[in-house]
Design a protein around this ligand. Structure first.
Ligand SMILES: *[C@@H]1O[C@H](CO)[C@@H](O)[C@H](O)[C@H]1NC(C)=O
Ligand SMILES: *[C@@H]1O[C@H](CO)[C@@H](O)[C@H](O)[C@H]1NC(C)=O
Ligand SMILES: *[C@@H]1O[C@H](CO)[C@@H](O)[C@H](O)[C@H]1NC(C)=O
Ligand SMILES: *[C@@H]1O[C@H](CO)[C@@H](O)[C@H](O)[C@H]1NC(C)=O
Ligand SMILES: *[C@@H]1O[C@H](CO)[C@@H](O)[C@H](O)[C@H]1NC(C)=O
Ligand SMILES: *[C@@H]1O[C@H](CO)[C@@H](O)[C@H](O)[C@H]1NC(C)=O
Length: 750
């Protein structure tokens, strides 16, 4: 009796997990304006003659539907039908009002494993480094490791029998003392990752491997490539995920080596062994996100230094859903490998997964603590961890019960960090995704200090685009975590710039030097400044700065020619974009968001300057359009953040059915928080911005509206106000027209 309903329930909840049939069907996602609008979606699907497959993963505003493939039908025909119906029905039909977007879901290859690069690093001589500790911490003496026989003594005290442990220099380095993750002092306290689950989003996980089977967590695992429960490696080259899993949770036994958090559990989520849809990737990023705590991601857009790609729409919504609702609201911890395109001039600020404020980006260092040329640098990189290079590799488990002594690339660095975070969560499961970032900043150790890019920051810490805040040290981060006070909620401040009020695009001077030996004269570079005042910070209650993002729109005939810098009021310079020799794109930057963690805990009051240097190839030129500066950080104690009016899932999307009156109301609500002087400017400026930025008007507006506490400020000059008044008037009349034109527009659809 009981079996039947349970069985049916299973079918129901696993709707989106059923096997896809791309040969015979076409798939689409529908997005709803509110959560839990299943009935509305059912109705819409019926009208469209489509089959409702179910909700997309944990995203309660996305549903998957499908229709049979027919020779004449293309992906577009259902979208056209949807738009026609929507246009006709949404005035009177509530269900159609609640479903606001449709998107085709085509399996496509967009993301790539970050496998070890196939070349050997040149041997670089490395002088013994003196570890420099940051912050107020006093240097702590390394105990014991230099003593005679310390290695064997520690190994025996920890009862490590794994035959491969001697090759795991990244855990305890016998040859070059100190060049390891410094984890033995954590293990000796019995902190080994118990009760923490790390999901390996990759090409599978050999759950039958004797070194992994005890730590394999089937409940958190799934194969999104084959749509079956077990994420078994099935293809010849499906070795990557198993190797990453072993770095984290290979058991302490008599096989291969040990994982850095050898009592943690690992889930396998298989997404890299074939083409998958964005809907499936989104579901994977939230898969069992109350049970999987950390997502280790050693993949991303191609690392050839040619593209600038970011997760948008459903993917960005999934990541936001993870940090907001995963792990009971403390937030899923997303760990991303910085990328292996260093030798191609690739930079992790051109990858929207690694430069997201929601993820922790981890680069690689080699066995001597040097920067391997493959490891991508960027201002969004938080920390580094050990990996291949200089003839060294990472020793771990391999598929088919084997062990591997050839794992590497930033792919091998990210899982080590994920494992260290598992150690942290095992002592402090309550810490949030932002706490983990603070812990990284505060505990990482600068390394290879002879590198010229190390900068001492106003906070007293050091930062380097190649090393972030330095190498992650398991002992330091766990000790710090034990007594860490969780940070208050996040707030943010947006400042928009329209550099030229007449909306003419501004020329970016070409500064290509006459001969190769001459430096580019940066003082002549295009510069745009935005001023941050204490009043603005008060308006959003920002007390402690964390991430800074700059969203830029620049036209250029060869994007790879540009270097983009952000200079803070304290003179700290983040290199947001590097010149990239293979980036020949003529698309420039269309609202591309760069991120930097270099200004963490800096005082943001004063002028921030964006500097655009076009120092290569005189024949290619460009024009500057606008930029937006966003400061993210901790809210002041006692400051009341505005209530969210809707769950923020799906807020960034182009929403055609947005309720204009409501939008207006929400602007006014937020304006009340600002002082009277700037509120009107803030309000009217947004409308002006809507008019001038054609492509993603709604994107900007929606983001502003629903983000918890964003307030936009403009430089209030009289000219600006005049200009904006006119734009406001224009904008209003536009709206009137479009309402009146409803019927005509409908004709166009038929
Ligand atoms: C929304 O409207 C824009 C034009 O205003 C159109 O380009 C876009 O396709 C529409 N999107 C949907 C999902 O209807
Ligand atoms: C490494 O861990 C030990 C404890 O095992 C600690 O004493 C030492 O200070 C740590 N190293 C660094 C560089 O912090
Ligand atoms: C979330 O809360 C539930 C109920 O309070 C609890 O059983 C579960 O273990 C929690 N999960 C996490 C990841 O903390
Ligand atoms: C900041 O910029 C504004 C306008 O661009 C200028 O008036 C002001 O003097 C600048 N402040 C500083 C401290 O440079
Ligand atoms: C728009 O919002 C207003 C006020 O919140 C509400 O009364 C109205 O019903 C909404 N219209 C639609 C079409 O959702
Ligand atoms: C916004 O709403 C107020 C009433 O709440 C109205 O007076 C004003 O004209 C509206 N503005 C726009 C741009 O719709």
């Amino acid at each position: 009796m009981k079996l039947i309903p349970l069985f049916l329930l299973f079918i129901f909840i696993s709707g989106t997990l059923s096997k896809r049939d791309y040969t015979n069907r076409l798939y689409y996602t529908l997005h709803t304006t509110d959560k839990d609008s299943k009935e509305a979606v059912e109705h819409v699907a019926t009208t469209l003659n489509a089959r409702l497959e179910g909700q997309v993963g944990e995203l309660n505003q996305y549903y998957l539907i499908s229709i049979p493939k027919q020779s004449k039908r293309t992906d577009d025909s259902l979208i056209t039908r949807f738009n026609n119906y929507k246009h006709r029905l949404s005035k009177r039909d509530l269900d159609w009002q609640r479903v606001d977007q449709i998107q085709a879901q085509v399996p496509a290859r967009r993301i790539y494993k970050r496998a070890p690069p196939f070349f050997t690093e040149p041997i670089v001589e490395n002088k013994e480094e003196e570890y420099k500790l940051n912050g107020e911490s006093q240097p702590i003496e390394l105990p014991g490791v230099l003593e005679k026989g310390a290695y064997d003594k520690i190994k025996s005290l920890l009862d490590i029998q794994d035959p491969g442990f001697n090759e795991q220099w990244h855990l305890m380095n016998k040859e070059n003392m100190g060049y390891d993750m410094n984890v033995t002092g954590v293990w000796s306290q019995g902190i080994t990752g118990k009760n923490v689950v790390v999901a390996i989003l990759d090409d599978g996980l050999d759950m039958n491997h004797k070194d992994l089977e005890d730590n394999y967590f089937a409940e958190g695992s799934y194969d999104f490539n084959n749509h079956v429960a077990d994420p078994k490696p099935r293809l010849a080259d499906d070795t990557h995920g198993t190797r990453c899993a072993g770095e984290i949770a290979a058991a302490k036994n008599d096989l291969c080596g040990v994982g850095i958090a050898y009592d943690a559990k690992v889930s396998g989520i298989r997404i890299l062994s074939g083409e998958i849809t964005e809907a499936d990737e989104a579901a994977a990023l939230n898969y069992e996100f109350q049970k999987n705590h950390i997502y280790s991601c050693s993949w991303g857009p191609p690392d050839l230094g040619e593209v600038a790609e970011a997760p948008e729409g459903i993917l960005l919504d999934a990541i936001k859903n993870g940090i907001e609702n995963g792990r009971n609201g403390s937030g899923s911890i997303y760990v991303f490998a910085s990328g292996n395109g260093g030798a191609n001039d690739d930079n992790c600020n051109f990858d929207g997964y690694t430069n997201s404020i929601f993820t922790i980006t981890v680069g690689a260092i080699d066995k001597l603590g040097n920067h391997p040329s493959y490891s991508e640098q960027c201002s969004a990189q938080l920390v580094v961890a050990y990996s291949s290079g200089n003839g060294g590799y990472i020793y771990t488990t391999d598929v088919g019960g084997q062990c591997s002594d050839r794992h590497g690339g930033t792919s091998a660095a990210a899982p080590l960090a994920a494992g260290v975070f598992a150690l942290v969560l095992s002592v402090r499961p309550d810490l949030t995704w932002r706490d983990m970032q603070h812990l990284c900043v505060q505990s990482a150790i600068p390394i290879s200090l002879d590198d010229g890019d190390w900068t001492t920051l106003p906070s007293g810490r050091m930062f380097n685009h190649k090393y972030g805040y330095g190498v992650l040290d398991a002992y330091r981060i766990v000790e710090l975590a034990k007594r860490f006070k969780s940070v208050r909620p996040q707030t943010s401040l947006d400042i928009l710039s329209v550099v030229d009020e007449k909306k003419e695009k501004l020329d970016i001077p070409d500064l290509t030097p006459d001969n190769l030996n001459t430096e580019v004269d940066q003082s002549k570079a295009f510069t745009s400044s935005l001023q941050v005042t204490d009043k603005m910070l008060d308006g959003v209650g920002l007390s402690r700065l964390e991430h800074v993002t700059a969203t830029v729109t620049i036209e250029h005939q060869r994007r790879g020619d540009l270097e983009i810098l952000l200079k803070s009021p304290n003179g700290v310079i983040s290199q947001l974009g590097t010149p990239r020799k293979y980036d020949t794109s003529d698309e420039g930057f269309n609202h591309w968001t760069f991120m930097t963690v270099k200004h963490w805990e800096e005082n943001p009051i004063g002028n921030w300057s964006l500097i655009v240097i076009d120092g290569k190839n005189t024949e290619y030129t460009g024009k500057f359009i606008d930029w937006k500066l966003s400061l993210w950080g901790e809210v002041k104690e006692g400051f009341k953040l505005p209530e969210k009016e809707k769950p923020s899932i799906g807020v960034d999307d182009f929403d055609n059915s947005s309720n204009k009156t409501e939008n207006n109301q929400s602007f006014l609500d937020q304006d009340e928080m600002t002082d009277n002087g700037s509120s009107f400017i803030a309000y009217s400026f947004i409308l002006a911005f809507m008019v001038v930025s054609l492509a993603s008007t709604a994107f900007i507006v929606k983001k502003y509206m629903l983000a918890t506490s964003n307030i936009n400020y403009a430089r209030p000059t009289e000219d600006d106000t005049y200009e904006f008044d006119n734009l406001l008037a224009e904008n209003e009349s536009d709206e009137d027209e479009s309402e009146g034109e409803g019927d005509e527009e409908e004709d166009e659809y038929h």
